[in-house]
Design a protein around this ligand. Structure first.
Ligand code: GLN
Length: 248
């Protein structure tokens, strides 16, 4: 029986729109493959041995939730988490969590929250909220996948040259409503604005993240046992059918 360890960052302060569903999806698709996913919640003030983790998840939150944890993230967790990410730790961050992986988040109230700086992005709060269903087309390995989700943010995120976009926005606003970028990737760090929850709706991405973590822990030869996802894919297709009608 294989085991993977996931750190769930600040679940009390940072989990909106059912973002914890991402952790449930990871755990369930691991369990169906006889992999135990051990989940450790990380609260402000906790001592964490980041080298012991295979996956990290960081959900979305309101500006006020972000302000509560930004300094703990940077000062307490920063050095260990940065080193683990440098070493290939697989991480998924959504919305408010995604923003705090960048250089900074300047809120619409003018507060500058420092970010971890592990993604070459920065975020500026605006007056307009970007709300609605979103579709981002991405490549996961050889596979082209249209990720479906729901976004709600006023922060606009801009990319530097050190990240590549997770994908291209087909429907919705994406990172800033201007350049068609939906999410960012660097090393094994994935960030985007897709609530939904994201992973239950997009099993291809769930499996991609599990696969990255498994290979790092157990060796590059270890592949994922294929697993059906008929209902999830049917739900994904239904949303794509509705949202992409104007492309048809
Ligand atoms: N507070 C951030 C924004 O509105 C993130 C919101 C969220 O995580 N849903 O930009």
């Amino acid at each position: 029986m294989r085991t993977l360890h996931l750190a769930h960052l600040y679940p009390a302060e940072m989990s909106v729109y059912g973002d914890r569903g991402n952790v449930i999806a990871l755990r369930q698709r691991c369990a169906w493959r006889a992999i135990t996913l051990h989940v450790t919640p990380v609260a402000p003030g906790d001592q964490v041995d980041w080298a012991s983790f295979d996956l990290a998840f960081f959900g979305g939150g309101q500006d006020s939730g972000q302000a509560l944890i930004a300094h703990d993230l940077l000062e307490r967790q920063g050095p260990g988490l940065r080193a683990a990410l440098e070493d290939g730790l697989t991480m998924l961050a959504i919305c408010g969590g995604y923003q705090l992986l960048g250089h900074y988040f300047l809120t619409h109230a003018g507060e500058r929250l420092p970010g971890l700086g592990v993604l070459d992005i920065h975020t500026v709060g605006g007056k307009q909220r970007m709300i609605g269903n979103i579709v981002v087309e991405t490549k996961l390995g050889e596979q082209t996948v249209r990720l479906v989700g729901f976004e709600n943010h006023s922060g606009r995120t801009f990319h530097g040259s050190g990240v590549r976009p997770l994908g291209r926005v087909l429907v919705g606003y994406g990172d800033n409503g201007e350049d068609g970028r939906g999410g960012a990737v660097d090393r094994n760090i994935y960030g985007c604005y897709l609530h939904g929850s994201l992973l239950p709706k997009n099993p291809q991405l769930t499996d991609h993240l599990i696969s990255l973590a498994l290979k790092r822990r157990y060796g590059p030869q270890v592949g994922l046992v294929p697993l059906e996802a008929q209902l999830e894919l049917q739900a994904q297709q239904t949303m794509l059918g509705r949202l992409l009608k104007r492309f048809a």
